[in-house]
Design a protein around this ligand. Structure first.
Ligand code: 5AD
Ligand code: SF4
Length: 448
């Protein structure tokens, strides 16, 4: 067996792609944790924000010396940055062997054969509109005593058609393509049956528009209903939702079915209508608030999290204050905030009224401050309550404790009478709230 090392930087979608590569190569390669031992090293990166791109370059750089020592080692780049840079990466890094784009990585076996046959670097970076996402089924771990993992991801679609003006995704992941529902169902069933998975997170850039482009496909709400049928699956999560496509039908499915987690990631991006329009988000702040209100009236316990970009070109102090005001109005459980950065191909990179680095820094700090207070208040409100937690394993910080998440996606570390509860749904009494997690005491096991 040859040895494979994949280093992933970036989002859950990239992590899921890495998993698919492991499965595609599982007959000839086994995964290793140390790149020094590997026969094949893949660096898998996302290019949504600037940093991961730099990480790819420094990570490839790290392997130069290794390649000089062991020229037979194969080094490849995959993911969005590979898609974005294509064959240019070979000029920058002459010792790189493979560049596999966001559709191209599925042809990894073919790429390896071609590389070995021709001895020349191979790049697969075509983006096809009619690309069919291959079905890659999980490994069979059903004979093992312990469930291999509690949680898994399934990409239900690829690409995006929304063209928010700051965003590179439509250019590096291509047009939106939904996977056939029966394949998603089959993958989910196999994950539950063969790997003992209890919680599945459905991934897509905009899951709310799942199936809408294809004739005869269910919409996203109906897809969720199909997945409820799987016996042994306790929880379903999904990410990301675009506010403009969040339908009342979906809100009702979330509210009414206990298997759907009571959490939605609903990126707001900015609080000013002027900026939202320049971002091409296709909703106003009033429309966003209306959706939140409707959602909360149907499902009062739902946790809403969000993404915020500060310092988008043309963002004035007043515009920014509207973002802060939205944080106060919505009261998100948690917010991921970013300084605007120019990305290749996007239209915002050509906007002229750029905001200075100092102002972006100050605004980001302010968002952190305001949101930290709100998150603390919300987390504090859990104290004294009993919540359901899906046990993921031992807490990393304190191995005496177990860790898991509430249906609202908050991490809970708790004391338990015994270990071996991985994969169980348990009741926990929350005793203390921290900044990023909750602490509690085990009460009883609900389902195992
Ligand atoms: N600059 C800053 N943040 C960005 N994001 C996407 N593109 C950019 C950019 N050019 C953020 C958005 C998105 C999240 C995944 O990354 O908030 O929701
Ligand atoms: Fe990017 Fe907008 Fe598509 Fe999200 S919806 S992936 S931000 S273009």
């Amino acid at each position: 067996m040859k040895k494979l090392y994949i280093k992933t930087f970036g989002c859950q979608m990239n992590e899921n792609d890495a998993e698919r590569v492991y499965l595609l190569l599982k007959d000839n390669f086994k995964p290793v944790d140390n790149p020094e031992e590997a026969d094949l090293i893949l660096i898998n990166t996302c290019s949504v924000r600037e940093k991961p791109e730099h990480k790819l370059y420094s990570e490839i750089g790290r392997y130069k010396e290794l390649k000089l020592r062991r020229p037979e080692i194969i080094i490849g780049a995959m993911g969005c940055v590979a898609q974005q840079e294509g064959e240019r990466l070979f000029e920058r890094f002459p010792y790189l062997d493979l560049v596999l784009g966001t559709q191209g990585f599925y042809r990894i076996r073919e790429a390896l054969e071609e590389l070995i046959k021709t001895g020349k670097p191979v790049a697969y970076t075509e983006l096809k509109e009619d690309f069919k996402i291959p079905l890659v089924l999980p490994e069979d771990n059903s004979k093992k005593m312990k469930p291999k993992r509690v949680k898994a991801y399934i990409s239900i679609m690829q690409g995006c058609d929304n063209f928010c003006t700051y965003c590179i995704v439509p250019y590096v992941r291509g047009r939106e393509i939904s996977r056939p529902p029966e394949e998603i169902l089959k993958e989910a069933e196999e994950l539950v049956k063969k790997e003992g998975v209890k919680e599945i997170t459905l991934l897509g850039q905009n899951v709310n528009s799942y199936g809408l482009k294809e004739s005869g496909y269910p919409d996203f709400a109906d897809l969720l209903v199909m997945l409820f049928q799987i016996e042994g699956l306790f929880r379903i999560r999904f990410t990301t939702s675009h506010p403009k496509d969040l339908s009342e039908k979906l809100m009702r499915v979330i509210a009414e079915n206990p298997k759907v987690c009571k959490h939605i990631h609903l990126p707001l991006q900015a609080g000013s209508n002027k900026i939202l329009k320049r971002m091409n988000r296709k909703y106003t702040k009033e429309e966003y608030l209306e959706k939140v209100e409707k959602l909360r009236s149907l499902c009062p316990e739902i946790a809403i999290t969000s993404d915020i970009i500060v310092g988008f070109p043309g963002e004035s102090e007043e515009d920014f204050l509207e973002t802060l005001d939205m944080l106060e109005k919505v009261r998100f459980h948690e917010v991921f905030s970013f300084k605007y950065s120019d990305r290749p191909f996007t239209s915002a990179r050509k906007f002229e009224d750029k905001v200075s680095e100092e102002i972006k820094e100050a605004r980001l700090k302010k968002v952190h401050e305001v949101q930290a207070r709100i998150t603390e208040e919300i987390y504090g409100s859990y104290v004294g309550k009993e919540v359901e937690v899906l046990v993921e394993g031992k807490s990393e910080r304190d191995p005496q404790k177990l860790t898991g998440r509430t249906t609202t996606n908050v991490v809970v570390n708790f004391t338990a009478p015994r270990t071996g509860l991985e994969g169980a749904l348990v009741k926990v009494l929350i005793t203390e709230a921290g900044k990023h997690s909750l602490k509690g005491e085990y009460k009883k096991t609900l389902v195992f």
